[in-house]
Design a protein around this ligand. Structure first.
Ligand code: ADP
Ligand code: MG
Length: 253
């Protein structure tokens, strides 16, 4: 009901539309103005990168787009819904339905195997019938295989290295076939071979399932397939999305 009331009536083709977004943390001497007047539009099935040094506001911005946090000021529209006016519960429900999130730290559950960790978002959605369960278990296994983890599926996170944990977290974000994947420095612990596996998988989801991606990075050379790279410095986007540096779609080689 809340979602319907907050529906933006005008035709809004964008999947994400941020208008004049600011983010403040803390108060007084501890106050931090992390994001300044951010305007950003993302089309369905588009893949963009947000690039900036440590402390530039990448996580703050991605948490707002991923509906994990709210903007202090400005409008946040996701899938034509005015998220900035929604309750925490409304945002959480929408997030579960639409978004796959890759945290900067992998955040895996230590008592679950790699395969179980990937299945977790589906388990949280409620009971699956036998056919759906089989299909999703297969999808989780397929994702792990494509990320080079076929022989680690039954391992617990404590037995996996940082690169393997990061790849499990990436598989977990894709398993629900989300409309939008928000990934905070998803390749920071990967070597070039693994980065290529991840970018190939992202491109496959983009083309086969129409998934959109917002990726953050400190090193923009990591993302060869994005259509736009937005530069973030001290909480400000260096250019408006339309002026941002555009890269042709090409295969990383
Ligand atoms: P990045 O991901 O690019 O490293 P962040 O979004 O984490 O940047 O941080 C941007 C700024 O906001 C930094 O100055 C950081 O110290 C501050 N910041 C981030 N999260 C918090 C928080 N929860 N409380 C206070 N300040 C924060
Ligand atoms: Mg960060």
């Amino acid at each position: 009901m809340e979602a319907i009331l907050n529906k933006v009536p005008a035709l809004a083709p964008e999947l994400v539309n941020l208008g004049g977004v600011h983010k403040h943390y803390g108060q007084g001497l501890a106050a931090c103005h992390a994001l300044h007047d951010i305007h950003l539009k993302l089309a369905p099935a588009e893949m963009i990168a947000v690039c900036g040094p440590s402390g530039s506001g990448k996580t703050s911005l991605l948490n707002i787009i991923g509906m994990l946090d709210s903007a202090t000021e400005g409008s946040v529209i996701i899938a034509r819904l005015l998220v900035s006016k929604m309750s925490d519960q409304g945002r959480a429900d929408l997030r579960n339905e639409l978004i796959g999130f890759v945290f900067q730290s992998s955040s895996l559950i230590p008592v679950m195997t790699a395969h179980e960790n990937v299945l977790l978002p589906l388990m949280l959605r409620g009971r699956l019938d036998e056919t759906a369960l089989e299909e999703t278990e297969q999808r989780a296994a397929d994702l792990l295989s494509r990320l080079g983890l076929a022989t680690q599926m039954r391992q617990y996170p404590g037995r996996l290295d940082a690169s393997q944990c990061q790849r499990v977290a990436i598989a977990r974000a894709l398993v629900t076939l989300p409309r939008l994947v928000v990934a905070d420095e998803p390749t920071s612990r990967l070597d070039n071979g693994c980065i290529r596996l991840v970018m190939d998988l992202f491109a496959r989801y983009q083309h086969e399932h129409g998934t959109a991606f917002v990726l953050s990075t400190r090193d923009q050379r990591q993302f060869s397939r994005v259509s736009r790279t937005l530069q973030l410095n001290e909480g400000r986007l260096a250019s408006t999305p339309t002026e941002a540096r555009r890269r042709p779609l090409r295969v990383q080689g």
